[in-house]
Each structure stands twice: as C-alpha cells, then as structure tokens.
Design a protein around this ligand. Structure first.
Ligand code: AHG
Ligand code: MN
Ligand code: MN
Length: 320
C-alpha cells in the first residue's frame, strides 16, 4: 500500500504550523507541476516582458508560479510572512506565531521553454513570538530553518523535503497525489562527478580553476581517477541528481560581477539546499564556511555555493 504525503505529515510532523505549511506547499507544487506540463498547449511559455528584482527577465511561468504560491500561502493561517525570489519585498501579515516561508517559485526557469527540468524551492523558519513578523526576521542563519525542500518537475515530478533528521522524496502519481518513494536519501561520501558552468572558467579564482583542472586531468592527474561532468542549469535538477547518486555542485564567485559574492541566493536557494544536502550526509559551503552558518545581510543576498558529496566538498576549501 503506497504511503501518501498526508499520512507522513499527520504522523511525523510535530509542529502544527510546519505541518500545515508543508501541506499547502505540497498541494501548490502539484498544481505547478500541472501548470508546467500544460504550458506549451496553454500558450504560457516565453518571456513575461518584465525584469524582476534580481535584474533577470521573467518568464511568464515565473510570474504565474509566484502568484500561485503567494495566493495559496496567504490563505494559510500558519503563514506569518512570505518572501519570494521574484518579489522585491517580503509580504508580512498581522498574524503572530506560525512560519516564515521563503521560496524560489520556478528555479531554472531559463530551461522551461526548452522542456528541461525546472522546480520550486522552499524554506520554513519560525515566526517571532508575540508580534507580527518583519522582513528582517527572515535574516537568520540556515540552521534556524524548521523545514526545507523542493519540487522538481522532470520526467517524474518529485517532492523532496526534510522536517527532521531525514530527507524524504515523494513522487506525484497519476491522480495527483504525492507518494513516498524514497524514505531516506543519502549522498554518497565520494564521487567522480562534478557540476559547474565551465564556460565561466576564465572568470574564476585560481583555486577553483586548479580544482577543476585536477578533475579534468582524470586518471593521469593528481586525483588519479576519471571524472564525469553534468550541468543542467537548473539547481533543483543538479542538486536532485547529487542527492540521488552523489556528486559536487559549484557556483563560485566569478569576476563578471566582482561585487557580488555569487549568483545564487542565500534565502531561496542556498540555505534550503544546504539543509537537505547536509541532512542527507553531504556538505554545503560558500567555499569557506558552512552555508548553514551564514546569515544573509538582506533578503536577496547572494552567495557562492559548493555542495554535495562530503569528501569532495572538503577538497574545495578556501575558494570563496
Ligand atoms: P532561477 O531560474 O531561479 O533564476 O535560477 C537559476 C539558477 C540555478 O537554477 C542554476 O543553477 C543557475 O542559475 C544556472 O546558472 P547559469 O545559467 O549561469 O549556468
Ligand atoms: Mn533559482
Ligand atoms: Mn526562480
């Protein structure tokens, strides 16, 4: 008898607000899965003609998924405030208690027009006690997260989440229900697979170049083994592969935008993925420090990201 997400939330999540918010997010991700699947037929692919707070051109689906998640979360009384990668400001309610929810509504959206996997990433934090939330309440370290997860809309739609020490994965069945398919993901400690956008090589710092050169040298080089490379260009898909079979993912600082510490956003991408990877036995750093120790200075703050198989992440030290 397949175990459904509702049963897991009911039986295993002690925190009522976390339980309610995860249920709302799971339903919203099932809706987004349908939206993505039917987007070509419904004429919802392509650009929205708007530049967002990240200075990135929004896709029509970036806007639709952001609106959908915002609407569903605002209807949930356990949500005190939300912050979206696509919105300049956090939306705070006058509710007290419950959760703060940060999300990237459509990760990898540049891939959606060419039918490559995209996803939704989310992170839950405790709301302050006894007063309504302020936007600054989101600015905590990664260990303060109560739960985190993502949905990946690929050949199968899957929902990966952690609300305790484990990382579980659910698959969307034909009837639109999330069914437990992977009770405890574990990232292998070693790997022979790396993920990085190699086209940026000339912009990297020397330690990143040297790490990748060593991998590329294969069995004749200092690592003494051949490496494989993968780069989907959707963080959800690249991290999902690593959670399933190991690997290392790098999005380091680079000289294209010297004042920016990296491309990926701490609250919406780095913190939730770091929580999942660490709880699955991997490591996640900004090249120097554990990502979960970092406190974002602002809602949309960026960071360098190195995550995946523990032994490999340990090698990529001091590259921040
Ligand atoms: P988003 O679509 O939410 O802006 O995120 C895109 C991110 C991430 O998913 C991916 O790892 C990275 O951008 C890819 O960047 P490059 O195009 O520079 O390779
Ligand atoms: Mn993203
Ligand atoms: Mn996005």
């Amino acid at each position: 008898m397949p175990i459904r997400l509702e049963a897991i939330l009911q039986d295993q999540v002690d925190h009522p607000a976390v339980r309610d918010v995860l249920a709302v997010l799971a339903d919203a991700c099932a809706e987004i899965s349908r939206l993505v699947r039917s987007a070509a037929v419904a004429g919802q692919l392509g650009a929205a003609g708007v530049v967002n707070v990240q200075q990135e051109d929004q896709k029509a689906l970036d806007v639709l998924t952001d609106e959908l998640l915002t609407a569903r979360l605002m209807e949930c009384s356990a949500v005190a405030a939300l912050a979206s990668e696509e919105q300049a400001d956090a939306v705070c309610t006058d509710r007290t208690g419950g959760c703060l929810v940060a999300f990237d509504p459509l990760d990898g959206s540049s891939n959606v027009d060419v039918n490559v996997s995209v996803g939704t990433i989310f992170s839950l934090r405790p709301a302050p006690d006894g007063r309504p939330a302020h936007p600054e309440d989101f600015l905590g370290d990664g260990r303060a997260q109560l739960a985190a997860g993502y949905a990946v809309y690929g050949p199968q739609s899957m929902l990966v989440m952690s609300f305790d020490a484990r990382v579980m994965a659910f698959s969307l069945d034909e009837d639109g229900a999330w069914v437990l398919t992977h009770p405890a993901l574990a990232v292998p400690v070693g790997t022979k697979e790396f993920a990085i956008n190699l086209s940026n090589r000339r912009h990297w710092r020397a330690p990143v170049i040297s790490y990748i050169e060593d991998c590329l040298a294969g069995r004749d080089g200092p690592r003494g083994k051949d490496f494989n490379m993968r780069w989907v260009g959707s963080m959800v898909a690249d991290v999902h592969r690593i959670l399933m079979r190991g690997g290392v993912f790098l999005y380091p600082w680079d000289a294209r935008e010297p004042d920016r510490p990296g491309k990926l956003r701490m609250l919406y991408e780095a913190h939730p993925m770091a929580l999942l990877v660490e709880r699955a036995g991997g490591r996640a750093t900004d090249g120097v420090r554990p990502l979960l120790e970092r406190v974002p200075p602002s809602l949309h703050a960026r960071t360098a990201v190195v995550l995946g198989s523990a032994d490999e992440v340990e090698r990529v030290r001091d590259v921040g």
